[in-house]
Design a protein around this ligand. Structure first.
Ligand code: UN1
Length: 486
């Protein structure tokens, strides 16, 4: 079995203790032995990042962009291998794994060009012979803590904008996908990212991750993951800047005037894509009562056709869940749903297969106060709630603590625009599913789905840069704002 290392100050080094990871589609297959990074490793990584900061931040941004363009090129060359690795390491079907790598390529290309922008603005002054502008400055050492469900794309969303802005980084990936993280860092290294600029510490969130969060020399943390972890991070981070992308319980509204085939495609893709393991997954379907019966019947037919299996088999629709705990969680929620009196329309069981599979599951006759309609399950379990009209649909949509993604299928333009206005979420799709955000638009949620930051595109630049306000007085005398204004 291959043993993998940490990457600190441009060296691949061991920590001591190790852990192993298995292929979720075939748990007998161990994918590797990885370092269980600890607090000391985090200290070393932060120190390396701190030492590398001055030089990296002085590299002209277009030159940093050239390195990122090389990253994009290397990712493109390795796209198929990385996608296969992702499928083996966390289970998603190969077509989606390719999409994940593509998302990283897209962000690298976008941010490479950003090296020639990183815009501030200029404006007027209330005083004569005075010039005012803003510029962007790097933050310093940033800590990046990433989940397993997009094991290449989400680290790329964070590392790449952080680098173009001139920061140096300590990257702590999920222990379910250490190998994808290592491959990504190898690509960064090969592309010419200087030593100390990106440091990788694999290992448990409770020790390594929290130490990074608390570290006095780390100026910002960007985290994607569970809501409760996000809350804990916010409490522990002190005065650092913290960017949080947390959970969701995203809904799709289907009105009685919707194109039903299109809506079915959207529910299948949003609810069961990535085996329901996206923070943007469509885990609630809010359907107009007039079409409820018909829609439910069509949906069950479609769900029953979905094929489970190894994501490497291109004919498979649904791969395994990431690990045994995730499988048990879906199982637990099925029991909760049954106890709450929802109707199990299909699925609900662990199939007799090797691997952490779970049948695609639909609960109907749900009400909004049920736990299955409120909690983020992060598995292939969808709850269907019927409503009498548009107003009730919006009310149900908003009656959750989360506010990440949302969708409405309707051909009524007034309802479409009203939904854009009324739905409490960071993202709203019209006649499209809840998943599939593009990298040049802001990504993030409101309410318990985050703390107000957005990733992607220009908002990614905002997340990883400080704004400095600059006043240049060329009058040659003391001029006092607000006082010398007559
Ligand atoms: C996530 O689930 O954590 O919009 C991110 C999407 C993807 C990203 C999802 N581009 O579904």
């Amino acid at each position: 079995m291959q043993k993998y290392k940490l990457y600190i100050n441009g060296e691949w080094v061991e920590s001591g203790e190790t852990f192993t990871r298995v292929n979720p589609a075939n748990p007998k297959e161990v994918t590797g032995e990885f370092q269980q990074g600890n607090e000391e490793d985090i200290d070393k990584a932060v120190e390396a990042a701190e030492n590398a900061f001055e030089r990296w931040s002085e590299v002209p941004p277009p030159k940093r962009g050239q390195v990122l363009l090389k990253v994009a090129q290397l990712l493109r060359e390795d796209k198929e291998d990385l996608a296969r690795l992702e499928t083996i390491e966390m289970g998603k079907v190969i077509i989606e794994a390719r999409g994940d790598v593509q998302e990283a390529i897209d962000i690298a290309e976008y941010m490479a060009g950003e090296g020639r922008r990183l815009f501030g603005f200029t404006t007027t002054s209330e005083l004569r012979d005075k010039f005012c502008m803003t510029i962007r400055r790097p933050i310093g050492v940033v800590g990046l803590i990433t989940p397993w469900n997009f094991p290449i794309a989400i680290p790329a969303w964070k590392i790449i904008p952080a680098l173009i802005c001139g920061n140096t980084t300590v990257f702590k990936p999920s222990s379910d996908t250490p190998l994808c993280a290592i491959r990504l860092v190898e690509i960064l290294e090969k592309a010419g990212v200087p030593k100390g600029v990106v440091n990788l510490v694999t290992g448990p969130g409770s020790a390594a991750g929290m130490h990074l969060v608390r570290h006095k020399k780390v100026r910002a943390i960007s985290f994607t993951g569970h809501r409760d972890t996000g809350e804990l991070i916010l409490k522990e981070a002190g005065l650092k800047r913290v960017g949080l992308e947390l959970g969701g319980k995203n809904g799709i509204i289907i009105m009685d005037d919707a194109d039903l085939e299109l809506a079915l495609d959207g529910v299948i893709w949003g609810g069961f894509g990535t085996t329901g393991q996206r923070c943007t997954a469509a885990s609630r379907v809010i359907v107009h009562e007039k079409i409820k019966e018909k829609f439910e019947k069509l949906l069950v037919e479609r769900i029953n056709k979905l094929k489970l299996g190894s994501g490497l088999d291109p004919s498979v629709d649904i791969g395994p869940l990431v690990n045994k705990a995730a499988q048990e969680k879906s199982q637990k929620y099925v029991q909760i749903g049954l106890d709450e009196g929802a109707k199990l329309s299909c699925g609900g069981k662990i199939p007799k297969m090797e691997g952490f599979f779970f049948e695609p599951t639909l609960f109907t006759n749900c009400s909004i106060d049920m736990k299955i309609a409120q909690d983020e399950i992060f598995g292939p379990v969808v709850s269907l709630i019927s409503v009498k009209d548009f107003e009730e649909a919006i009310k149900v949509m908003n009656s959750i603590k989360y506010g990440l993604s949302s969708s409405i299928y309707t051909n009524n333009i007034r309802n479409a625009f009203k939904a854009i206005e009324k739905i409490e979420a960071g993202i709203t799709y019209i006649n499209a599913s809840t998943i599939g955000a593009e990298i040049h638009l802001p990504f993030g949620g409101i309410k318990d789905s985050g703390n107000g930051t957005r990733e992607g595109g220009q908002t990614g630049i905002e997340e990883f840069s400080e704004i400095k306000t600059v006043y240049i007085d060329y009058s040659g005398k003391l001029q006092r704002a607000q006082i010398d204004v007559e």
